[in-house]
Ligand binder design. Structure first.
Ligand SMILES: C[S@@+](CC[C@H](N)C(=O)[O-])C[C@H]1O[C@@H](n2cnc3c(N)ncnc32)[C@H](O)[C@@H]1O
Length: 218
């Protein structure tokens, strides 16, 4: 797979190759998910939505954080939705989880539905970001939180596959974007670590998570 094909698959995984890319993401993004679960404001009975869940492998982890959550997943890739439903049938049957195939620019939920929205490695693809942020703000409760996990520009811009499809942000740029669109940043965590790539070169990974509160006055 060349860099353009990988970039397209990361934006919207499809077919056999998309399933393989999604499996690889499970491994490469595990620590970012761990960080998100560490800081997630997950109260019992909270309504949580994950945007861009990939193959849905991480849905089970939410219930380890808080068994009484009500979880909703949205992803615009039909193949990811099918895979996530297959993997999580028990949660769906128990009415703990519902999965919807849709774009974040038009979410099929009433205003003020969710306590927390989570999007890990998705912010890059929301274009133009204002349209998607407006919709995410609309479905959050007035004091709801938006938890974003991402890798900042300086840590990934040298990777060929980020040169198309991706909008990359440094932390201050993402914070400004959120504040201009009716959110207030309440927390930011950054973890940097080294890892060996498949070709044995050393990579520096920078996992960032921030929590932005829906500013009901904005
Ligand atoms: C790079 S993958 C990240 C998957 C997973 N969150 C992770 O970190 O491993 C991006 C996911 O977001 C979904 N996605 C991208 N843009 C989207 C949009 N506008 N609306 C809904 N889903 C979107 C893609 O289909 C894909 O499953």
């Amino acid at each position: 797979m060349d860099a353009k094909q990988l970039s397209d698959q990361l934006k919207k995984p499809s077919g056999e190759a998309g399933l393989e890319v999604a499996e690889a993401l499970n491994e490469s993004n595990q620590r970012l998910y761990d960080l998100a679960f560490e800081i997630m404001p997950a109260q019992p009975e909270a309504q949580i939505i994950e945007i861009g869940f990939g193959n849905g492998k991480h849905f089970a982890d939410y219930f380890r954080v808080e068994p009484n959550l009500k979880l909703t997943g949205v992803d615009f890739s039909p193949d990811m939705c099918r895979e996530a439903k297959n993997r999580n049938q028990e949660f769906i049957n128990n009415k703990q989880l519902s999965v919807h195939c849709c774009d974040t620019s038009a979410l099929p939920f009433p205003d003020h539905t969710f306590d927390v929205a989570v999007a890990l490695n998705v912010i890059y693809f929301l274009d133009p970001p204002e349209v998607h942020l407006k919709e995410i703000k609309r479905i959050l409760k007035p004091d709801g939180k938006f938890l974003i996990g991402y890798r900042p520009r300086h840590s990934v811009e040298h990777l060929e596959f980020t040169k198309q499809n991706f909008i990359l942000y440094e932390s201050d740029e993402l914070s400004s974007l959120l504040e201009e669109n009716g959110f207030t940043i309440t927390m930011e965590e950054i973890r940097t670590y080294k890892k060996r790539a498949m070709d044995h070169t050393e990579l520096t990974i920078c996992d960032c998570c921030l929590i932005a509160k829906n500013d009901a006055t904005a």
